[in-house]
Design a protein around this ligand. Structure first.
Ligand code: FE
Length: 243
């Protein structure tokens, strides 16, 4: 299994606090059946200064440690990029990157609203041949109130990723119900852990897939799993959109 969103790199953000915690997270990931994980530390200028080169270096270091410990998890570099109207420049300046260097760029919205410039930003990134993936739209208050906002982004070619814990109910029943709606209507293309630690923000990827299988059948789970693989290798993603 492939996990495309995680905070497994040490001392980068609010994820793993040190290398020991990264190792513990790696062990949990393997227990979950995850063999490849994309490390996506927050990129948010002034708060989290994790540029592309830093993430690439840290991922290589963690891979070496895991290798020495014979933990069978391969870490790939990425970022969870907080949207701003400077992202186009940041991309040109080589500060941000797609997931594992692919065309798929993981974008984080603020949690309470969708900024006016989002649509324009998505368009600008597409002009650079990038495909935005909106991280956990089910946790955005404005999208919950008005799912049409997400639909518009997806009609325009963006994808979306639901966090496993949202499916299992970790973030409350409202988030759980809305996540179910997103899966049901084909408005989401990926499930990922967004794991931050081994405690209250763990993986739950296996649990989430189990629930999705129970509610929607095995085909959709296979499609999600395949899509995560497609991202890792920069291949075309399967689209759903049921209505
Ligand atoms: Fe995250």
């Amino acid at each position: 299994m492939i996990d495309i969103h995680s905070h497994i790199l040490p001392k980068m953000d609010d994820g793993a606090g040190d290398i020991q915690e990264s190792i513990e997270m790696a062990r949990k990931a393997v227990d979950q059946g995850i063999s490849h994980i994309i490390a996506t530390p927050h990129y948010n200028k002034g708060i989290y200064e994790n540029d592309k080169q830093k993430v690439v270096n840290e991922a290589a270091k963690l891979n070496q440690v895991l290798d020495e410990l014979e933990i069978r998890l391969k870490v790939w570099p990425g970022q969870e990029i907080r949207i701003s109207d400077e992202l186009s420049d940041d991309y040109d300046n080589n500060e941000i990157m797609g997931l594992n260097g692919s065309q798929y760029i993981l974008l984080e919205l603020p949690s309470n609203h969708v900024p006016r410039y989002t649509e324009r930003l998505i368009y600008d990134l597409q002009l650079k041949r990038l495909t935005p993936i909106i991280a956990h739209p089910e946790r955005n208050l404005e999208i919950i109130k008005n799912p049409h906002l997400l639909k518009e982004m997806i009609w325009k070619g963006a994808y979306s990723q639901i966090t496993a814990g949202s499916i299992t109910g970790k973030f409350g029943w409202r988030t759980k119900r809305f996540s179910k709606y997103l899966v049901q209507s084909g408005l989401s293309h990926f499930i990922a852990s967004d794991a931050h630690n081994v405690g209250n923000r763990g993986f739950q990827l296996r649990e989430a897939y189990k629930l999705i299988e129970k509610n929607f059948g095995p085909e959709i789970v296979d499609a999600f799993i395949e899509n995560a693989e497609n991202v890792l290798y920069g291949m075309k993603v399967k689209e759903f959109l049921f209505d």
